[in-house]
Every structure is written in C-alpha cells, then in structure tokens.
Unconditional design. Structure first.
Length: 285
C-alpha cells in the first residue's frame, strides 16, 4: 500500500462498492482513505471516503486504480495466497486488463476486522499482506487437566504453527474418548470460531518481539503502549508483560512451553500443563 498527494484539474471518477459514482477531484490517497473535493464545487469542503467503500478510481487521464478486484479482471500471475506459500513478495499494485488492483498492506498493531475475524495484527509476512491477529481478550486457564499419575504426551510438538497442534489435540481427543474440556486453553481458543487457535511457541516469540517494536534488545515503551492502546480502543484487554502465556507446544508429559512479553530473558520457560497461566488466541489472515 502506498500514500501520496494527487492534484487534479480535470474530473476523476470514484466508483464505490455499492456501484454509486462520485465525480471528484482526488486530493489525497492514503492506505485507509481517499480525500476528495466534489468536481462541481472545487473550492468546497474536502470529503473523506474509506478505501473499503471504493471499488475503483478512474483518474482524469483514464488510468484506473482498483481497491476491490473487478469481477471480469484476469487474475494476477501470482495471487497473494500463492506468494505466501512460495515465500515470494508482491508489489503494492498489480496490473490487470482493467487497471491496477491495489493490494492491501497491513501494519503491526493495526486493528483487523474482516469476515468475522477481529483482533490486533501481531505478526506479518514480508509483503505485509498476510499474518496473524491476536484475540482482544485473554484468560487464565489450564493447558490440560491431567495430573499424576495420569500425565501424558499429547504429541503437540510443532513449534511454528499452532494450528497443527490444534489438529493434533483434536485427533487425540477422538482417539482416546476425551473431550475439549480436558484441554481448557485449546477449548477457549477453539470456541472463538473457525480458524482460531492456541499459538505455538515460536509464534508467541514473534508476537513478543513485535509487541516490543520488533526486537527485545532495547526498551521500546512507545511500541508497547501503542499495541496496548490498540487493544483497549477495540474494546479488548492490554497484554500482560510479566505473566507467562501458554503456547500449544508441549515439552513432555508434564510441561508445555510458555513465553512472556517483557524484554528480560529468559523468553521461554517450561510450566506444568495443569497450572493456570494466560492464554490468547490467534487467527491467520
């Protein structure tokens, strides 16, 4: 995504997602909104229109800039989803036969609220178009309820993708006649809806770094406050810096890996699964 100032002496046309049209002089395009003056009143007030409401803009020179993919446009050579799988990056704009399709870029700490998924962006791919959102709320829960002499290895040894661990727990429940009640932290994340899961330990470590502005090598209170303010502004709860958060990655029959949000090591500590510690859910986008 890009931003810049555009000046226009001729008529631009803004076509909204509801098919309505605005004859305008576009003044400014930012990642979140387009500012314009009505073509019929160039000296009048400046209006602000969220990019989410814009299908495309046709500028006076005939160039089109799409903000939602036109239905009759050919697919780009590589979609954002394909790029995420191959590890390649995409430009902020993709040329299509109908014009340019503007790809959404996101930022750490930004509120994500699309398709029923709402949370704060806590991790991003290199192209800024995919990543993780973290739940607005948190809770103290057991990882699992099993105690001596019934301690057991579940098999959630994946360290980088908690969804894999979530699927392992689901299989274990089915194969052993158990229920999600035996895994309270996983159950809480699962009940947030399809796609929500308890993050793996590497995912929590990434969240911790991003919460602190991208690194824990220096104190960045501004970054932490901004992240917490975003949570609070969205109606959520601030992250706790000193209390450990459960990951879905287990160490052995007794312990699972946890991490905190502070800048002080150690960043990974093994804690008994039957103890209660903080839990946040994540969702991929």
């Amino acid at each position: 995504m890009w931003c810049g100032i555009l000046t226009a002496a001729a008529q631009d046309l803004i076509v909204k997602t509801d098919a309505s049209k605005i004859e305008a002089n576009v003044v400014e395009v930012s990642p979140d909104a387009v500012r314009y003056k009505r073509f019929s009143n160039p000296d009048g007030p400046t209006y602000v229109l969220p990019v989410a409401e814009i299908h495309y803009i046709r500028y006076a020179n005939g160039e089109k800039e799409f903000y939602t993919r036109p239905s009759d446009a050919a697919e780009p050579a590589e979609t954002p989803e394909a790029a995420a799988e191959t590890g390649s990056s995409l430009p902020a704009e993709v040329e299509t036969p109908g014009g340019r399709y503007v790809l959404q870029r996101y930022e750490i700490g930004e509120l994500y609220d699309q398709d029923g998924v709402k949370g704060i962006i806590c991790a991003l791919s290199e192209d800024g178009q995919h990543g993780l959102v973290i739940s607005l709320d948190e809770i103290y829960l057991h990882w699992s309820t099993f105690r001596k002499p019934d301690l057991r290895v579940i098999g959630t040894d994946e360290s980088s993708d908690g969804m894999v661990n979530m699927e392992t727990v689901e299989r274990y429940i089915a194969e052993n006649g158990l229920s999600w009640d035996d895994f309270p932290a996983f159950k809480w994340c699962r009940e947030k809806g399809e796609g929500w899961y308890l993050p793996a330990i590497d995912e929590i470590l990434v969240i911790g770094n991003n919460y602190n502005g991208g690194t824990r090598l220096r104190n960045n209170r501004k970054a932490r406050n901004a992240f917490n303010d975003a949570l609070k502004d969205a109606g959520g709860e601030r992250m706790d810096r000193m209390v450990y958060y459960f990951s879905s990655t287990e160490k052995n029959e007794k312990e699972a890996y946890t991490s905190h949000m502070s800048i002080e090591p150690p960043y990974v500590v093994e804690i008994p699964k039957y103890n209660k510690f903080l839990v946040r859910a994540v969702h991929k986008f």
